[in-house]
Write a protein that binds this ligand. Structure first.
Ligand code: G6P
Length: 466
């Protein structure tokens, strides 16, 4: 089955920080395009491939900047226009404001006795954020076809709505927020004027979309309480997995070889799997602690179960992420030293960014743990059930956006409660065959009920119905 191409009545422009292509310079100096990383691209890419859309994205590396100098690149039936941004401005906009503040606010990650500190240095970073948003807006203003629908993606680019409304009223900009949205108490953490500017930037779009009803409600509440005006129309449209794409990876030689390797390591033991960026919101620490509690409280699982964690580094420019990674790795080492035996390593920790390898884990799991403290959606919760071959059980955080779609079938967990998570693992591991089959079928049906094209179509519909 090939991906369905989204049908759009008007020209389509997509704007995102990370683009569909990233470039690398080969030894002979030539430029090569490869697919950009990240959840946003894997959700959007297949749906707009072949649509002729213009995709405006930041040039993130030296190779990207060289490609940008060469102009518009045509790929997969859309046109990529990369925007070169001053390196210092980019760092402040991406590391300090987008990843270091907005991500923390929307995911409630602050250790509030110490952080955040909105000082003069931060205010300069906020100015960079505004400049970078203005630069993205300028490209749209200069290059978007008359009357186009502009799909602006995520928290990096919240301010485009106001700029486009002022300069190109013929365009219809729709914003889609991939992350959770903080409530009024969360947004109140930001400097007052920043919170207001951010909310106004979003509310000036023709519509704002979210992955789950609770994030849309939080945005509406913020507009009412902090902005003193109603939000623009909102819509809820969870991102989806392109089944044919992930099935292709699952059927690849690389994935099959990785599965054979995993089989060799796990043998006839039960397998718990997680696949995540090494990311504070993903709650890796409590996941491993819950596994340890399982080994402590339910001795029958010692030597009989393996936890394979396919995790990959992310945002290493931020000290919080480096410290978190060290803490995670230290915990894994300690648990393996405490419980491991000469023939059994309880946690297999793999931090190579290898998608076929992760998909092998998804094919093979008996239990998939998705326990974020808060997550916009979590696409892995859908990818896993769609490729799993063992009637595996999905243990899913109630704080993930995916819970609103899959919660009727998945085993729910409170991500803060280590003991309860450990109990859920035990329950998942002890389910009998018929119950597992029933569970896996129900989760799979929900996970595959929408395609990426439906998700993009919802964003286009939000533009045409305003
Ligand atoms: C995840 C989030 C997206 C976000 C992306 C940014 O995929 O779900 O909301 O756009 O991370 O990640 P990056 O690696 O670009 O910081």
């Amino acid at each position: 089955m090939s991906p369905v191409i989204v049908d759009t009545p008007r020209d389509l422009v997509i704007v995102s920080n990370r683009g569909p292509l990233s470039f690398r310079i080969a030894d002979d100096g030539s430029l090569h395009a490869q697919r950009g990383g990240g959840g946003l691209v894997s959700a959007l890419g297949p749906a707009v491939a072949g649509s002729g859309a213009m995709w405006i994205a930041g040039a993130l590396s030296d190779a990207d900047r060289q490609a940008a100098a060469a102009g518009v690149v045509e790929a997969d039936g859309f046109q990529v226009r990369s925007l070169v941004i001053d390196a210092d401005d980019y760092r402040a906009y991406y590391d300090v404001v987008s990843s270091g503040a907005l991500w923390f606010v929307h995911h409630r990650l602050y250790d509030s006795a110490r952080r955040p500190r909105f000082d003069r240095y931060w205010r300069r970073a906020w100015d960079s954020y505004r400049r970078v948003n203005a630069a993205f807006a300028r490209v749209v203003v200069d290059e978007a076809p008359a009357g186009a629908i502009v799909l602006v993606q995520d928290y990096h680019l919240t301010l485009l709505g106001s700029e486009l409304a002022a300069e190109r009223p013929d365009l219809t900009p729709v914003h889609f927020h991939h992350t959770p949205f903080g409530g009024p108490d969360d947004l109140r953490i930001l400097p007052d004027d920043v919170g207001v500017e951010l909310l106004a930037g979003l509310a000036d779009h023709a519509a704002c979309g979210f992955q789950a009803p609770r994030w849309a409600a939080a945005f509406e509440a913020c507009c009412a309480e902090l902005l003193g005006r109603s939000a623009c129309p909102t819509f809820v449209s969870p991102a989806a997995v392109e089944v044919s794409e992930i099935a292709k990876v699952a059927a690849s030689e690389a994935c099959t070889a990785a599965l054979a390797d995993l089989d060799r390591q796990v043998g006839d033991r039960r397998l718990v799997v997680r696949v995540d960026r090494i990311e504070l919101s993903k709650n890796l620490l409590r996941g491993f602690l819950a596994f340890e509690e399982l080994l402590g409280e339910q001795p029958q699982w010692r030597e009989r179960v393996v936890f394979a964690a396919f995790v990959y580094p992310s945002r290493e420019g931020l000290p919080e992420y480096l410290a978190y990674r060290q803490e995670v790795e230290g915990l894994v080492r300690r648990i393996n030293q405490t419980w491991g035996t000469p023939t059994w390593t309880p946690i297999l920790y793999d931090d190579t960014d290898d998608f076929p390898r992760s998909v092998a884990g998804l094919r093979r799991y008996d239990v998939l743990v998705v326990n974020p403290v808060r997550d916009g959606l979590n696409l892995v919760a859908k990818e896993g059930p769609l490729v799993n071959e063992r009637d595996g059980v999905l243990a899913l955080s109630r704080e993930s956006g995916a819970w609103s779609e899959l919660g009727t079938a998945a085993l729910g967990l409170n991500p803060f409660d280590v003991t309860a998570t450990s109990d859920v693992l035990h329950r998942a591991l002890t389910m009998d065959g018929p119950e597992r089959r029933h569970h896996a079928r129900a989760v799979r049906a929900l996970a595959g009920s929408r395609a990426p094209a439906d998700w993009v179509a919802d964003q286009v519909r939000a533009a045409t119905s305003t």
